[in-house]
Design a protein. Structure first.
Length: 523
């Protein structure tokens, strides 16, 4: 395959990546709209519950919420028993019990207690919420199915146009559509994952509503609690749909390559590819019979949008000479990249003392501490190496690669796992308050990858830098055994077999980490 043709299909694939990113954004918006719609309906049900009480007591809804908020259910339960006993005593005396037999305060106590304890009203509310949650599950299933169907169709058309060979083979590939889309992945189908997660969410919401009402929380407080659960659900729904979408499209690509006689494939990293994906792509082409999703073929992790293309056998045999050419290019670019690295370090060094001082204060206020400050500035050699590598892998000028650097200055905030979300959220608010801008958040705890942490890109005065958030355990692992394995993996003489062993070891180490509390809400 000639260099011109190679560059041509790589450009085609990269343009297709942009289109897929647009599809992902559209899906994300649709999923959020779906969850927002059903959240508003549940919010209305809760509001209606309180409105009925307000109408009965002839008070406005604000007063109804206020009374519910002041409710101490344990005290009222005791009071209710006393009043019931009093009423029973009056009946035994042959009297008809009416409100007039109780003081104004006693009647008020019973009315507000009934707000929480009227079983029929509460059960009706729970039933309506349960029905709304089932509608949400159905809506998510339909939206995800449509997204996967459309992804299948687009990828089939793209592969046919890209390969320019056996277009008629689309028919045989198309016949496998349902099998591809509904195939088991990690022991479960995508639809099973939706139903299981929605069942758990429905149970959480139902229990939360009942518990909140019995504890005397008002409707606005309950709605805020449910909103948080819905935000987490939206995030999981998006993650599932986009990752399954990638799996379906990669399987279409594999089938198309087989149909058209290819025996090898190459991987093209997405523009925002992580280091793991970039490293895997450097060692292609791969034989099609070695295709293993998450190991030798995308998606390698949730949200992965790396692509695949068919490669001629003879092109695969030329890979060693291509590697040598890349090493030559790399050595040449390293000389030039050093000057760009100096410029980047000069710019961040001017602002670093002030940023460090502010972050120390903010982190301490948020119950955390900054660690690894001795390494907050990237070394000149390390930065030059990154600029050169990014330039070659992404096929962009060195200047552009230098401008894309976000971690020449980097910090690590360490929080306790039990309060991780609250402390992270507190620090995030403090940063925004003090004029920092959160540019990007990546929560790799949700990616099932070898590295677990929360990486953010933050800017101030037009300088971007990185803040990582860790528990002490994840920070120590990252800078200890995991770092040793990663450094070995980067060595040029390491065999593919050894790299696979190192990958497995890194994954196993990361799996042993204790997940911080509410980590799924960090975004």
């Amino acid at each position: 395959m000639t260099t011109r043709k190679s560059n041509y299909w790589r450009d085609r694939v990269k343009k297709e990546m942009d289109a897929k990113e647009a599809d992902d954004i559209s899906l994300e918006q649709s999923m959020k709209q779906l969850h927002d719609y059903h959240f508003r309906n549940i919010e209305k049900e809760i509001e209606s519950f309180y409105q009925r009480y307000a109408d009965k007591e002839k008070i406005d809804i604000t007063e109804a919420r206020k009374r519910a908020s002041e409710l101490d259910i344990s005290a009222y339960q005791k009071k209710a028993k006393e009043l019931v006993a009093k009423a029973e005593k009056l009946r035994k005396e042959g009297r008809t019990v009416t409100k007039a037999d109780f003081t104004h305060q006693e009647n008020a106590d019973m009315s507000i207690y009934n707000l929480a304890m009227k079983t029929n009203a509460l059960e009706l509310l729970r039933l309506n919420i349960d029905l709304e949650m089932q509608e949400l599950a159905n809506g998510e299933h339909k939206l995800t199915k449509r997204f996967l169907d459309e992804g299948y169709r687009k990828e089939t058309e793209f592969q046919a146009g890209l390969l320019g060979l056996s277009v008629a083979s689309q028919a045989s590939v198309k016949s496998l559509a349902d099998a591809v889309i509904n195939a088991n992945f990690k022991g479960a189908r995508w639809s099973d994952n939706i139903w299981d997660r929605q069942d758990k969410l429905r149970s959480i919401i139902s229990q939360s509503v009942q518990s909140a009402i019995l504890k005397g929380k008002n409707g606005l407080t309950i709605a805020r609690d449910i909103r948080r659960e819905f935000d987490v659900s939206t995030s999981y729904a998006k993650r599932l749909a986009i990752t399954e979408h990638a799996r379906v499209q990669m399987e279409v690509g594999r089938l198309s390559m087989v149909e058209n006689g290819f025996t090898m494939f190459d991987i093209i990293p997405e523009p925002k590819a992580c280091d793991i994906c970039k490293d895997i792509t450097k060692h292609g082409p791969y034989h099609l019979d070695k295709w293993r999703t998450e190991e030798s073929s995308p998606p390698f992790h949730p949200y992965c949008r790396c692509a695949v293309v068919g490669v001629d056998e003879k092109h695969g045999s030329n890979h060693e000479s291509l590697d040598k050419l890349n090493k030559t290019e790399y050595n040449q670019s390293m000389k030039e990249s050093s000057s760009y690295a100096r410029n980047v370090l000069s710019a961040v060094s001017l602002i670093e003392p002030r940023i460090t001082s502010q972050l120390k204060h903010i982190t301490k206020q948020s119950n955390g501490n900054l660690q690894g400050l001795d390494f907050r500035l990237k070394s000149l050699d390390s930065l030059a190496r990154k600029i050169s590598t990014d330039s070659l892998l992404d096929e962009i000028p060195l200047e552009e690669a230098a401008n894309n650097i976000n971690d020449a200055l980097r910090y690590t905030a360490v929080f306790k796992p039990d309060n991780f979300f609250d402390d992270y959220h507190s620090m995030k608010k403090a940063l925004v308050r003090d004029g920092f801008k959160i540019e990007k958040v990546k929560n790799t705890w949700l990616d099932d990858g070898p590295y677990n942490g929360v990486n953010t890109v933050v800017s101030k005065d037009n300088i971007k830098f990185e803040i990582q958030y860790h528990t002490q355990e994840s920070f120590d692992l990252k800078n200890g055994k995991l770092h040793e394995l990663y450094e070995e993996r980067r060595l040029p003489n390491v065999t593919r077999k050894r790299k696979a062993e190192l990958d497995k070891m890194m994954f196993e180490l990361s799996k042993s980490l204790t997940k911080p509390s509410q980590i799924e809400r960090v975004n």
